[in-house]
Ligand binder design. Structure first.
Ligand SMILES: Nc1ncnc2c1ncn2[C@@H]1O[C@H](COP(=O)(O)OP(=O)(O)O)[C@@H](O)[C@H]1O
Ligand SMILES: [Mg+2]
Length: 398
């Protein structure tokens, strides 16, 4: 048994919690079982280890239900209970249950013009505009390049890249996804085994004369291609340092592809290093996914500073397209409060579309396909389709 001590990290003070983790507690779903206590109360819960930070609702043995926010920033050591709240019975977290968001949230996603035209309040607390279903295109390109960026891991960058891309492709847009994280999670999420690849985006960046066609892969989604990556890309971060115009290497590599696609979406790695600066230099727009949890806004100032520096020095065209709230659970006060705070801080930059938390997303990674095909009628698929319509509406509003 490993033992760790939870110490309060802010919010409402709680007694430090002692948690015992069976070291072999990882199950197939990537969850770890914990038992612990808050004061005299003991609880048993399972925590999804794929999230750097997580919110869960626990049923205490004496019947009290609490929602607890466990922030685990280093991925291992520094787990805190940041806040907790009592919730009514019946709202407790059941990791085994198929969880779909509540009907009120789901209803905001209906792509139904008649219902959307009536003024309704969306999850961000603002009236929800109508995002029309985009018409077909007769010709394609030049591409709008979007960087999906947040130096924090586990906020939904890769999930948003795959599913925004797939939804845009469904609407007849030609889409290229660029895996720009040496972890290769985007490639895995599209059913590609990164370890088996001979050529990746690394070769495209580092080898003169390499053509994108040699690296490009078709995905199972019509209209959507992939520039895959694997661990080789981590070498680029070091090797690029000594290159001339090192920040614009990706921009040069993508140039020949611009006329073939309507959207190029770059899945950035969780850092603000040279690879991410390359993505921002190549991009017209940035989307920043933020997980609706306690530490959501931490680090965002550094990110916006980096975006501003790139705007000033390297890419004056770069714009923040929007902040995307992800893993929203409309049934917890905490999620709603975090979202309200994000809207307070970023106002109209926050997309009206909010992505709810559902186990369907981790499932899609295992399936190696987007949610729009894996669970086409799910609330998660509806959310990314709405995001695609909102992104298209923002592009056309300019
Ligand atoms: N809306 C969501 N609801 C539930 N789980 C999600 C959601 N979005 C992403 N996830 C899961 O959270 C984990 C981290 O998401 P990911 O997209 O890989 O983040 P990042 O690329 O920012 O590290 C993955 O296991 C993913 O399946
Ligand atoms: Mg990722």
């Amino acid at each position: 048994m490993n033992e760790s001590t939870f110490t309060p990290g802010g919010g409402q003070a709680v007694t430090p919690v002692r948690v015992q983790r069976p070291s072999s507690g990882l199950d197939a779903a990537g969850s770890v079982s914990s038992v612990g206590s808050i004061g005299q109360r003991t609880f048993a819960t399972r925590q999804d280890t794929t999230h750097m930070t997580t919110a869960h609702t626990m049923k205490m043995t004496d019947g009290l239900h609490v929602n607890a926010m466990a922030g685990n920033e280093s991925g291992r050591e520094s787990t805190h209970f940041a806040a907790y709240e009592e919730v009514p019975e019946g709202h407790f977290y059941d990791p085994d249950a198929e969880y779909e968001p509540d009907p009120e949230y789901a209803a905001t996603l209906a792509p139904d013009a008649a219902r959307q035209r009536r003024e309704r309040i969306g999850p961000t607390g603002r009236p929800l505009p109508y995002f029309p279903i985009p018409g077909p295109l007769t010709d394609h390109g030049p591409a709008t390049i979007i960087a999906m960026c947040n130096q924090k891991g586990g906020v939904g960058k890769t999930t948003s890249t795959i599913n925004l891309g797939a939804a845009l492709a469904e609407y007849g847009r030609r889409v290229l996804l660029v895996d720009f994280d040496p972890q290769g999670a985007l490639s895995v999420g599209l059913g590609v085994n990164p370890m088996e690849l001979d050529l990746t985006v690394y070769n495209l960046l580092m080898e003169r004369g390499m053509s994108a066609d040699e690296v490009l892969l078709k995905t199972a989604v019509p209209n959507m291609d992939l520039l895959p990556s694997n661990i080789d890309l981590s070498a680029a971060e070091v090797q690029l340092v000594s290159e001339v115009a090192r920040e614009s290497t990706l921009q040069r590599a993508l140039k020949p592809l611009m006329s073939d696609y309507d959207y190029i979406v770059i899945d950035c790695q969780p850092s603000l290093g040279l690879l991410t600066v390359n993505a921002l230099t190549a991009a017209h727009k940035v989307i920043v996914p933020l997980e609706c949890e306690f530490f959501a806004l931490r680090g965002v100032a550094l990110l916006t500073e980096t975006i501003e520096k790139v705007q000033e020095r390297l890419n004056p065209e770069l714009e923040l397209d929007g902040i995307l709230a992800t893993m929203y659970d409309s049934r917890t006060v905490h999620s709603r409060e975090v979202l309200a705070r994000v809207v307070e801080a970023f106002d109209d930059h926050v997309y009206h579309t909010v992505i709810g938390r559902t186990v369907r997303f981790p499932e899609t990674t295992v399936a190696g396909e987007p949610i729009t095909t894996y669970a086409s009628n799910s609330v998660g698929a509806a959310a990314y389709r709405q995001l695609a319509r909102e992104v298209l509406a923002r592009c056309h509003a300019e």
